[in-house]
Design a protein around this ligand. Structure first.
Ligand SMILES: C[S@@+](CC[C@H](N)C(=O)[O-])C[C@H]1O[C@@H](n2cnc3c(N)ncnc32)[C@H](O)[C@@H]1O
Length: 252
């Protein structure tokens, strides 16, 4: 075949390919099967424990009353606070989020651990706690503390801004755990960790008050957090805690 014949044959082939493609596109447009409608958005998550945060959300929340309730030796997470902080393995420069910071019991202990180059996001749904923490941080000259008023569905932290999220005595206060966990996952850097400290809830072992107040057992909490896309790292050895357990997870 001459060079000229080859060119003519190639041009004809290209024309018929374009024609076939146009025909296929036209046929697809005439298909009798209508395109599937977009899936409806999932319904918003419902509260798993309506009313559990009523007192915290009260604009008249009395800080002094909660300081007396939370920062008292008879409360295990207060009495063992130094050991709990040591367990977390904080170091200068880390960004930590104290989710459900309350009166700031742990926030104020974290600040010197991460130092002036670190960050402690003190996150809470209660405006009075957040305002109080802002005043405390200023008085203690700890600019690394950043109080954050969040919502019941989101911790409202920037994406990939946190190395470790600490949730003390607060997981059972999450009314919308799936939504809140998704927001914590987004806020954590890949490889960042989530540490949950919460009440042991075991019929026959735990007090009646815990059984009524805390909705989920440790096993259920673990399952919910894994379902939210976290990897289980370990259950911490905490022989000094009798009423509480500590679980550590990682954002993949
Ligand atoms: C029992 S207190 C624990 C406070 C503090 N972590 C401590 O151990 O002293 C629970 C705290 O969680 C806050 N809280 C409840 N639901 C929350 C949510 N979805 N996100 C952030 N904070 C929440 C409450 O306002 C309250 O300050």
């Amino acid at each position: 075949m001459s060079l000229r014949d080859l060119r003519v044959a190639l041009a004809a082939a290209a024309r018929s390919f374009t024609l076939a493609a146009a025909l296929a596109a036209a046929l697809a447009g005439c298909s009798s099967v209508p395109p599937a409608p977009p899936a409806p958005p999932p319904p918003p998550e419902e509260s798993v424990k309506p009313g559990i945060n009523k007192d915290f959300l009260d604009p008249a929340l009395d800080i002094a009353k909660y300081e007396q309730r939370f920062e008292v030796e008879s409360r295990e997470v207060f009495a063992q606070r130094e050991r709990v902080v040591a367990l977390l393995g904080l170091r200068p420069g880390l960004a930590v989020a104290d989710i459900g910071a309350g009166t700031g019991l742990y926030t104020l202990l974290f600040a010197p651990q991460v130092g002036p180059k670190g960050r402690v996001f003190a996150v809470d749904i209660a405006k009075n706690f957040v305002d109080h923490l802002r005043a405390e941080a200023a008085a203690a000259q700890l600019p690394q503390i950043e109080p954050v008023l969040c919502t019941e569905r989101s911790v409202e932290l920037p994406p990939a801004s946190v190395d470790l999220a600490f949730v003390c005595d607060t997981y059972h206060h999450f009314e919308f755990p799936r939504s809140t966990l998704a927001s914590i996952r987004t806020a954590l850097r890949p490889g960042g960790e989530l540490v949950i400290l919460d009440f042991i809830r075991e019929p026959g072992v735990s007090s009646e008050w815990i059984l009524g107040h805390v909705r989920a057992s440790e096993a259920v909490v673990r399952q919910e957090i894994e379902a939210a896309g976290f990897e289980f790292v370990r259950r911490e050895e905490t022989p000094y805690l009798r009423e509480n357990y500590v679980l550590r997870f990682r954002r993949p």
